[in-house]
Design a protein around this ligand. Structure first.
Ligand SMILES: [Zn+2]
Ligand SMILES: [Zn+2]
Length: 626
């Protein structure tokens, strides 16, 4: 969860329902940049204790190579660790090799990790003497905080191994010999405490594992992730590009837009089948709406504000409040529910330019958003159906969704009985679906329990995708939504916020990396290339392309002067699923020799009649198989 999404939570808005948060932080995590956070070594499990211990050993090696180096912090992170250093010069790859060598020696020496407590005055003096201003700063912050709370300053906790002593709460492994196979990976600039007004330090990243096999597998995944990076791969495949005239917003090229439209079309078809009604609400909306929804007060920093005729407007950061205006536009009877409004809404959020990245961290994005208004007695059925929608649509791309049930947090609004009811209904729907799920206690938003959906991609990376939130409060209460029950009495509906792909930008970015650009046939931006062997076959090639295009498929003709083998190689590079080769024999018989993407050289090639081929491909595309 970023700072922005932290604000969302406080604002009672539903950034999470929009499938837009990338990492979760515990609700009670220490404040960002605080002394407590800086002292949290991230060593919350055995493997993380080993990772953080490796960071100490790295700092020991750096201090040996660069006496006088100043130390920032060195926590365990996912897959490894880092340590921040202020050094007289930029580190080179040769430096990393020298650091690794010294680390190996320290590990071979099997120094025990020993914790000591110093009295606060002596502790501060210790780090002053050693010329460690960043450590002193952390201690001074803790002292100021303790003084502010009227508490005594706690003793200074340090960990020592061999010649190295660090300010640290631990925990650590028992000795350096417990550290497994490791590797230093990279160096990046990092501002002290994440503050661009503070010194820029050199952050050295490393990874460490219990076994060599795990290290090798990790290094392979890392290389593979670089190779698949959607920012590079998607540009190479001519899907989209990024330009500094529009930070955080992709320019979609024809092929990328085709993927987009295909995904959108598939979801539209599913939604039609499921009785959704598609709507479209304005992008530019008066601040009066955002005042009512609470965004103006608490989310304004994340909104792009526009002034016109002395009035303030904002580009919408989410669709929810406007959806409720549609709901409230007429009197609703219990017979009208459920109402399912879907909207491919174009949203803008004012993310800091420094945090933008490819398609996964953007300022402008479109969601396959929907708001469902249901009676309480309809909720369980509706949730079951929604879980089915998630399973079906992730199945189109071969991804297996995993579900987590996030329950009422400590800080929750509204009637506890309503919460109990909503949680009971979610649990019932999950159990009835027969799908496995985990419970994340107290991880709901403060106005709604929710179901989070995760996937693991081809590299085993976990992504949080969509969220289904059962909103008893925010839309229903703030916008005073009602329906008239069978006794003529007004009742509150329940609002469900759901986005299945989430942000289309992010979804496509993840798919580009998951498939390494080789999209399933139904989703491929170019589904087939017709390859005439010689110029005299070009006309027939165009004719065949026309036959296939008439079935609604995306097909191109390679009428270049390249030789056939080159044309095939180019099509393979562009990850086109089918190559349809035409020579004299094929043209004469109105057939094509069909070659599949990635087929082995010796795989027998099928020759198919044009119409049969077009019918077969159309059926295959419609089936949306991964
Ligand atoms: Zn430590
Ligand atoms: Zn919503």
């Amino acid at each position: 969860m970023s700072d922005n999404e932290r604000t969302d939570r406080a604002a009672g808005v539903v950034a999470e329902a929009e499938g837009h948060d990338e990492e979760e932080l515990a609700f009670d995590a220490p404040e960002r940049g605080s002394a407590e956070e800086l002292l949290d070594a991230g060593a919350h499990s055995d493997i993380d204790a080993m990772r953080h211990s490796t960071a100490h050993v790295m700092a020991e090696a750096v201090m040996e190579l660069f006496p006088g180096a100043q130390l920032g912090i060195g926590p365990a992170i996912d897959g490894g660790f880092y340590y921040d250093f202020a050094l007289p010069r930029a580190l080179t790859p040769e430096d990393l090799a020298a650091i690794e060598e010294r680390m190996a020696a320290s590990i071979a020496a099997d120094h025990p990790f020993v914790r000591r407590e110093l009295d606060p005055v002596a502790g501060r003096a210790f780090f002053v003497e050693r010329g460690q201003p960043f450590k002193v700063e952390i201690l001074d912050d803790l002292a100021a905080k303790a003084a502010g709370a009227g508490e005594p300053m706690p003793p200074t906790s340090v960990y020592e191994h061999g010649p190295f002593v660090d300010l640290c709460k631990g925990p650590h492994v028992t000795s350096t010999g417990r550290i497994g196979p490791f590797k230093l990976l990279s160096v990046a600039g990092a501002y002290w405490r994440g503050d661009e007004k503070r010194p820029m330090l050199q952050r050295v990243y490393g990874t460490v594992w219990s076994t060599q096999e795990e290290l090798d597998a990790y290094l392979w995944r890392r290389e593979e992730a670089k190779r698949r990076d959607h920012r590079r791969l998607g540009v190479g495949l001519d899907l989209y590009s990024f330009h500094d005239v529009a930070p955080g917003s992709a320019f979609w090229h024809p092929k990328g837009q085709r993927i987009w439209r295909t995904l959108e079309g598939a979801m539209r078809e599913l939604q039609g089948r499921r009785g959704y009604q598609e709507v479209s609400t304005p992008i530019l909306v008066s601040k009066r709406l955002w005042e009512r929804s609470g965004h103006w007060e608490l989310y304004r920093d994340n909104m792009f504000i526009v002034e016109a005729e002395d009035q303030l407007f904002s580009l919408k950061p989410m669709n929810c409040p406007e959806s409720s205006i549609l709901y409230a536009s007429r009197v609703r009877s219990y017979r009208d529910l459920p109402i399912r409004y879907s909207e491919f809404g174009r949203l803008h959020r004012n993310e800091r330019s420094g945090s933008l990245s490819g398609l996964t961290r953007v300022r402008q994005f479109i969601q396959d958003d929907a708001h469902l208004y249901v009676r309480p007695d309809q909720l369980a059925d509706e949730l079951s159906a929604l879980l089915g929608e998630v399973r079906e649509s992730y199945g189109w791309v071969g991804l297996e969704p995993r579900f987590a049930f996030a329950t009422k947090p400590d800080k929750a609004l509204g009637d506890p009985a309503l919460w109990e009811r909503a949680e009971g209904l979610i649990k019932e729907a999950l159990d009835r679906s027969g799908m496995a799920y985990v419970v994340k206690p107290k991880d709901g938003t403060f106005y709604a329990p929710k179901i989070d959906i995760y996937i693991d991609d081809a590299l085993g990376r976990e992504w949080q995708m969509a969220t289904i939130q059962v909103d008893l409060l925010m839309l229903p209460e703030r916008f005073d939504l009602t329906f008239i029950d069978e006794h003529g009495q007004p009742q509150r509906p329940i609002a469900i916020h759901r986005a299945i792909y989430g942000s289309l930008e992010r979804f496509i970015g993840i798919l580009v990396e998951h498939f390494a650009g080789a999209f399933p046939f139904w989703l491929a931006p170019v589904q087939a290339v017709v390859i005439p062997i010689a110029d005299r076959h070009n006309e027939a090639a165009e004719e065949l392309a026309g036959v296939i295009r008439a079935r609604g498929l995306h097909v191109e003709v390679d009428a270049s002067d390249n030789r056939m083998q080159n044309k095939i190689r180019l099509a393979q590079e562009q990850k086109v699923p089918y190559m349809l080769v035409l020579g004299d024999r094929e043209v004469e018989a109105r057939t094509a020799t069909v070659r599949r993407r990635g087929a082995a050289r010796d795989e027998p090639q099928q020759t198919e009649a044009w119409n049969d081929l077009a019918d077969r491909l159309a059926a295959e595309s419609a089936a949306r198989r991964p």
